[in-house]
Design a protein around this ligand. Structure first.
Ligand SMILES: [Zn+2]
Length: 314
């Protein structure tokens, strides 16, 4: 099976894993005239429409930014030039952006954002959000400060060092024994008619397969067997990794906890294909006019997993 690239995957930057351990190298990049920075405003991104696609807007580094409170975070490099992200509050109105740049919410803009830029933005959003929320040590409560371009934060009072983390989530499309139906569920807060793959955080001490079996059992009462990995998706809201799987059903009777799920159903391939054939703009939108099945749009890995099954690829 060829590798599948989901939205937010495939960040093209060189993360400079070896160089970034060298504080002098990082300082040199900050002083370089070639370095560029992505200023985030309340976790939104400067973007502009170009001829091809919507692109991120980068600025030269402003002098005198408040990098103690809002550190310059080294994302990596592109063609040898360092790329950073920072909270715009570090140097308000000092970033040089194109006149037509507008700050946009990443989740809303992702479907039209250039694919490489979406990958960079996913890294920047998760990275900056973690730093903004970890200014104090989880061990002793003292202040922490960013080191090595933000790869970690060191406590100013105790030896603790804290690393940005990613939370793994399993998301699974379960296929029935006859291979003609797939299992999808919905939560009460979702728009009417919307169903998606079953998903949940991986618990401590669980493998991906363990987590799939537990989540599917909890949310549907179905035994999931023969768990198969398909592809994954960084999901920077705030910092998850969606691990997309397919599994076979070892049973067929649905039994779910209505505290967790609003509805869980088997859907035939015909029903799924009918929903997927609707205009892309309608996918993932609330309240389809006819009240029929609504599936997540192409930006979501759930769409990838459902489509792969409907096409007979898995
Ligand atoms: Zn501490």
């Amino acid at each position: 099976m060829p590798e599948f690239r989901n939205v937010f995957a495939g960040n093209p930057l060189d993360r400079e894993a070896a160089h970034r351990r060298d504080e002098d190298w990082v300082s040199k990049q900050i002083d370089s005239v070639d370095a560029l920075v992505l200023p985030l405003r309340n976790l939104t991104f400067p973007m502009r429409q170009t001829e091809g696609a919507v692109r991120l807007c980068w600025s030269p580094l402003p002098a005198g930014a408040d990098i103690e409170r809002h550190p310059l975070l080294l994302l990596g490099s592109s063609d040898g030039a360092a790329r950073f992200a920072i909270n715009e509050a570090a140097a308000p109105n000092r970033f040089q952006l194109p006149d037509d740049a507008e700050f946009q919410d990443l989740r809303a803009a992702a479907p039209v954002l250039d694919a490489d830029d979406a990958g960079i933005a996913a890294q920047a959003r998760a990275f900056l959000d973690w730093h903004e929320r970890h200014r104090h040590c989880a061990v002793c409560g003292a202040e922490t400060s960013a080191i090595q371009g933000g790869i970690s934060r060191k406590c100013t009072a105790c030896p603790a060092e804290h690393f940005p983390r990613t939370d793994p989530v399993v998301i699974t499309v379960v296929i029935d024994r006859e291979r003609d139906r797939c299992l999808l569920g919905r939560q009460a807060s979702w728009p009417p008619g919307m169903f998606s793959a079953l998903a949940g955080f991986i618990d401590h001490g669980e493998s991906i397969e363990d987590a799939v079996r537990r989540e599917v059992a909890e949310e549907s009462g179905i035994d999931a067997v023969n768990v198969r990995y398909h592809s994954s998706q960084p999901w920077p809201f705030p910092s998850s990794l969606m691990i997309g799987c397919h599994a076979d059903a070892g049973s067929s009777d649905i039994n779910y906890d209505d505290w967790e799920m609003d509805d869980v159903q088997w859907f035939t391939r015909a029903e799924i294909n009918d929903s997927l054939s609707k205009p892309a703009a309608q996918l993932g939108q609330p309240g389809l006019p006819d009240g029929s099945l609504s599936l997540p749009g192409p930006m979501a890995i759930a769409h990838t997993l459902i489509t792969a099954w409907a096409n007979g690829d898995v």
